[in-house]
Write a protein that binds this ligand. Structure first.
Ligand SMILES: [Zn+2]
Length: 296
């Protein structure tokens, strides 16, 4: 990338991050009880930020995703509402900075960071997100995951078995779905969200077919009692994921069919009966599916 283009991207990404809603000064970190020793911390009032999951083990906190470096103090305050134990380790659900920028703060404290191997790969270089000018600048060494895995890793903590799954390409090519087997809680990262049309990062290994596969895997891990923490939004259950999967699946199947038939984008859009409310439109979503079919 040329120097000028790089600076332009930086400027645009700066503008984008502040256009979401409030500023970082307005952020309030809200703690919710999920189940047993598991809590959720949601950032409200500021720029969009991923839900943090917290597991309280006997000797420390296991923290899933860490939002932004600038939120460090507010995150630590929210954690102290849950427990006085120190952070033992952090898991990144994927590399997007609204879930992993906090690595820059917590990595400096020498807290181990676990993630799929492609998170480390993507954070080791500059990345531009699909469909936006959002640039994620490469992270300093101390903010990179210090332990990576490929498809499945289990952590045995206190009485809990914490399973980290990568089901292949989906939201990105380094998504981790975390299943707390004994507590029956899932943290889905951005493979499941409640803000309307989901975002698939086609510049960074995302795939619509893979995204649907991950949703099916989450459904098969779950039963009617499973609590599911989405990447963004309130605590959900299997029925919310099924509804979400069905809408994404209808869009995907009808777009694939229409694309094969040579139908126009408008024809494809009008053939799809379901829809999501939210900022992203049905047209954006259908066009992204077509981009995926043409390029991947
Ligand atoms: Zn994301």
């Amino acid at each position: 990338m040329s120097r000028l283009l790089y600076i332009l991207c930086l400027l645009l990404s700066f503008q984008f991050s502040y256009s979401q809603s409030g500023s970082f000064d307005d952020v309030i970190e809200e703690v919710s009880f999920v189940s047993d020793n598991i809590y959720m911390i949601a950032s409200v009032g500021g720029p969009i930020a991923g839900n943090i999951g917290v597991f309280v083990s006997d000797d420390g906190l296991i923290v899933i995703d860490d939002q932004y470096e600038i939120n460090e103090e507010k995150i630590l305050n929210a954690l102290s509402e849950i427990s006085n134990l120190p952070i033992k380790l952090i898991i990144n659900t994927h590399f997007h900075h609204d879930h992993s920028d906090g690595n820059k703060a917590f990595g400096k404290l020498n807290i181990p960071i676990y993630a799929h191997k492609n998170v480390r790969k993507r954070l080791s270089r500059n990345s531009v997100l699909y469909g936006s000018n959002r640039l994620i600048e490469k992270y300093p060494n101390e903010a990179l995951p210090s332990l990576t895995y490929s498809s499945l890793m289990s952590l045995y903590e206190s009485d809990e078995e914490i399973q980290l799954y990568n089901f292949g390409k989906g939201h990105t090519d380094g998504d981790t779905v975390i299943f707390f087997k004994n507590s029956n809680v899932i943290h889905a990262g951005d493979t499941f969200v409640t803000y309307g049309y989901p975002y698939i990062d086609l510049n960074n290994g995302g795939s619509f077919e893979g995204f649907l596969n991950i949703l099916n895997m989450i459904i098969s891990l779950s039963d009617s009692d499973t609590k599911i923490i989405p990447g963004h939004g309130p605590i959900c259950d299997i029925n919310d994921v099924i509804k979400f999967r069905d809408i994404v699946r209808e869009h995907f199947n009808k777009t694939v069919q229409g694309y094969k038939n040579g139908d126009s984008v408008n024809d494809i859009i009008s053939s799809i009966e379901s829809s999501f409310e939210g900022e992203r439109t049905k047209e954006d979503f259908v066009k992204a599916i077509i981009f995926d079919l043409e390029n991947n």
